[in-house]
Design a protein around this ligand. Sequence first.
Ligand SMILES: Cc1cc2nc3c(=O)[nH]c(=O)nc-3n(C[C@H](O)[C@H](O)[C@H](O)COP(=O)(O)OP(=O)(O)OC[C@H]3O[C@@H](n4cnc5c(N)ncnc54)[C@H](O)[C@@H]3O)c2cc1C
Length: 454
Amino acid sequence: MLKLKEKLNKKVVIIGAGLAGIESAMYLSRKGVQVYLYESKRIERTPAQKTNNFAELVCTNSLKSKDPNSAHGILKSEMRALGSLVLEVATEVAVPAGNALSVDRELFGKKITDIIESNPMIKVIHEIATDPVELKEKHEADFVIVASGPLTLKPLESWIVNYVSNDDLYFYDAIAPIVDVDSLDLSKCYFKNRYEEAEDNADYLNVPLNEDEYLDFVDELVGAEIVPPQNFEDPKFFESCLPIDVMAKRGVDTLRFSCMKPVGLEHEGKTPHAVIQLRKENLIGSAYNMVGFQNRLKYSEQVRIFQKLPGFKEASFNHLGSVHRNTYLHSARILEKDFSLKKNSHIYFAGQISGVEGYTESAAIGLYVAHQIMRRYEGLTPSIWPCELAIGALVNYVMTSPKPRPSNINFGLLPKVDLNKEQRRNKRRKIIKKELASKRAQEKLSQFREEINL
Ligand SMILES: Cc1cc2nc3c(=O)[nH]c(=O)nc-3n(C[C@H](O)[C@H](O)[C@H](O)COP(=O)(O)OP(=O)(O)OC[C@H]3O[C@@H](n4cnc5c(N)ncnc54)[C@H](O)[C@@H]3O)c2cc1C
């Protein structure tokens, strides 16, 4: 009886029902913590939001690779060990996407919202949060997790600036266009996954461009009218999510070596000069995402230029590309390794705002922070995640990066894998390296789980 009373006394306020916030909420509620979850979108949406659902995927519907030998695969194993709700629901509503875990975004958001709203340990409060310290006092909570994401609404952003840091808290990120497949001339396109045989039920639809078509397209992009940044915004782009207009200006071949890369996409016995890849947006396959085509062009310019592409003459777009401000902290200076504030150890930050980038990475940090809070409740010191693990590598990156720059999980963040002489000579050495890093992570994870009783 006493134990139950103690459990009911544990209270945490979470700001933001996004990828990170709902993971923290679910983790803590499963451990008997009463959660007060603040979410603003039913009062005011951010420029990227389109629904009232929690954990909204605002751009692509992909949660990246499922391959256990990829960095994202390693991250997913760790998230599963922490009981990830995001992965649980994503697996239920997955759409075919080769080795990637892509979801029907509408179903994904709806299911997560239902699960959170029907959880008796989570009280959802539809309000714009302003001051985490005041909310902690109001609910007599032990801790607050700020998981308000890359588009944190103004009053809270101002609180962060005043209470925590005067530094700039933003850079740019971008959204790719989505096209209605029925409006395309499919005789100009072909279905094929990269490095696989062409087949009608492949996940990717490809649009091949010959050299002239490609050069015309690059010319158009370079000369296109772009949406000027707001006067409060200073364009600092995330290198792995560059708008195509910025890439086109970097050099005539830049796009051909990035999102329009033709390798592994041979068609009719030849490798096209460049290829645009389209990926299914929903289970029924009525809409396709133009992969990597985030851009800053005015909407009218996007329609004009894209309709010149092969098969796109009559193209109609479900939505067009755009760029947005993106809020994040210089965490290495202001947070402890468990992502609590140095200045006030009862306030934690989680998700993209803490300095990671991506849906799964944000969700993983939501789990990480909730796990650290539970350790505190149990009177334990913060757990130090080994860098061989994806979560450990992300935390290490965020806490040691001299300049704040949100990062996805990638093998570059994990410690190097040493190959023996024979392996170094092997043509498959890159794959071998990944396999070894993944095996090392699996072993570390089971050892670490035992150590921290996870
Ligand atoms: C435009 C854009 C496109 C992106 N595209 C991708 C992509 O394609 N793939 C990818 O992996 N990552 C993408 N990201 C990166 C990012 O990882 C995701 O946005 C991810 O959703 C971040 O998760 P989060 O939980 O930190 O924040 P979010 O998922 O944004 O959740 C934050 C929540 O907090 C709420 N909130 C904000 N302020 C307040 C307040 N004051 N009070 C109460 N609630 C508040 C918001 O409404 C939101 O629901 C994109 C980011 C942006 C900005």
